[in-house]
Write a protein that binds this ligand. Structure first.
Ligand code: HEM
Length: 451
């Protein structure tokens, strides 16, 4: 190795190192580290060190050039308890098989064919906001978008069998979220003692979730013929019942992985998009004009959605400043070198889109909301690795087209019907949980767009 040094970085204080600061405000803390120590930094987390890699060319070294020297960070055993060995967490041949088998269902061509039923469900859902227009009661946007994206993801993944279970699964998932056992590491638990009651509730919710998915699987052979869900793609044409019985656990993991990865990310990202559309009246005006010109009062189709160029740039810019997946990490499988620094085996490497999307060397005036950054001529010469809301490399987000398509659809359906504005006095703050969500939700007043 040319240089056997560790990269520079903060040590923090005492036994806990930087952990208290990291826990209190992870994104702001990591941004500060990148600005102070550069594109690769080593952070003392108390009982271990982690690297933060923020410079685009080094992100490429981790995710592409040295991809085989890393595995996904699977230390979060709770995530594994919920979604198991699906495509997000599996490794090696199992992952390869799951990803290549799923890929054809995630292409633009395949997803564009699904637009009609997705539009119909989303349209019916959004019509229910008419009641808010009449009563003047605000909508809680984060809650509403989670309901909507769960319905869309649930039907897309599990098929029609999801619909009668939608409410139950929504309730169970909320129970899981509210009781997420946060602390896994001994030092970290010194900051906050383990909450046994939360853990019991979390496990109870998991039992209910499994029961619900297994009952859907048992019923499935009776509806498979007419079904549209991804589940059908996972099963053979013959001996369906036998396959379900023998692969019950694996099917559960694959379905829940796709369901969970699809809905919360899209819901959170949609919340931030509606937030910026309200915040910047010129952006709102251009979106409403575009929707009116391209779609008018017609039902959106794959073809018209693909023509919403400005709307897409707004969604992309909102994913830059408010990436719902604010960071992800990898664990080194062997000693190697990144950017001339030593990466020892077992080192956790954090990549944060929140941080990289704000680096002033790569983004002019980084805090400014400016959709024209995604104009073709302004994208020339920009590193592909400076914009990573969907990660990059072989384990990038397989659902990025679906996320953009659904986001454009929901924005267009809202623009045809309503205008949303943040309720007076409602505080908006970013909170880095599993996704970067609005800490106090997003309460918005709804008016009819025609008013
Ligand atoms: C705005 C919405 C979304 C964002 C920001 C997002 C972001 C990401 C990111 C950053 C990763 C990489 C995580 C890592 O490496 O640890 C990822 C992986 C993944 N995403 Fe998404 N995602 C979104 C929507 C979706 C949708 C709609 C689906 C559809 C099912 C989906 C399915 C997946 C899957 C299966 C993986 C794992 C891929 C693999 O490891 O091979 N995502 N996503």
């Amino acid at each position: 190795m040319s240089n056997y040094n560790f990269p520079p970085g903060p040590e923090g204080e005492g036994k806990l190192g930087c952990l208290p600061e990291m826990r209190a405000n992870p994104m702001e803390f990591l941004e500060k580290v990148a600005l102070e120590y550069g594109g690769i930094a080593r952070v003392n987390m108390g009982s271990y060190y982690s690297y933060l890699v923020s410079e685009p060319k080094l992100i490429k070294e981790v995710l592409v050039d040295n991809y085989d020297k890393y595995k996904k960070n699977t230390r979060y055993k709770q995530v594994r308890m919920v979604i198991g060995e699906g495509m997000l967490l599996s490794e090696g041949d199992i992952w390869k098989h799951q990803r290549s088998h799923a890929q054809p269902k995630f292409t633009a061509k395949s997803l564009d064919k699904q637009v009609d039923w997705i539009t119909s469900l989303a349209s019916d859902f959004l019509d229910s906001w008419d009641a808010n227009v009449k009563s003047g009661k605000p909508v809680e946007l984060e809650y509403q978008f989670n309901l909507l994206t769960q319905l869309l993801a649930g039907v897309w993944v599990m098929g029609d069998g999801f619909k009668p279970r939608a409410q139950e699964i929504f309730g169970i998932y909320n129970q899981i979220r509210m009781n997420w056992p946060e602390m896994t590491d001994i030092r970290a638990s010194m900051l906050k003692p383990k909450n046994i009651k939360r853990e019991i509730n979390f496990r109870k919710a998991l039992v209910r979730l499994n029961k619900c998915v297994y009952s859907l699987l048992e019923e499935y052979p009776s509806i498979i013929n007419e079904d549209i869900g991804f589940l059908k793609h996972l099963l053979p044409r013959e001996n369906v019942e036998q396959s379900i019985k023998s692969q019950k656990r694996s099917l559960r993991d694959q379905l829940l992985t796709l369901f969970v990865t699809a809905f919360e990310t899209t819901a959170t990202s949609l919340c931030w998009t509606m937030y910026v559309i309200d915040k910047y009246p010129d952006v709102q005006k251009r979106i409403y004009e575009e929707v009116s010109r391209v779609i008018g009062e017609d039902t959106p189709t794959a073809e018209t959605l693909n023509k919403l160029n400005y709307t897409e740039k707004v969604i992309k810019e909102s994913l830059r400043l408010y990436s719902s997946v604010h960071s992800f990490s990898r664990v080194a499988l062997e000693d190697h070198e990144i950017g001339g620094y030593r990466v020892p085996k077992d080192m956790t490497v954090i990549i944060s889109s929140y941080v990289t999307h704000r680096l002033p060397q790569y983004w002019d005036n980084p805090y400014k909301f400016d959709p024209s950054r995604f104009d073709k001529d302004r994208m020339v010469g920009r590193s592909r690795f400076s914009y990573i809301p969907f990660a990059a490399g072989h384990r990038n987000c397989i659902g990025s087209y679906m996320a953009l398509m659904q986001s454009k659809l929901v924005v267009a359906l809202i623009a045809q019907r309503y205008t949303l504005s943040l309720s007076e006095g409602h505080k908006v703050e970013k909170h880095a949980a599993t996704t970067m969500r609005p800490k106090f939700g997003m309460k918005m007043d709804v008016r009819s767009a025609a008013a």
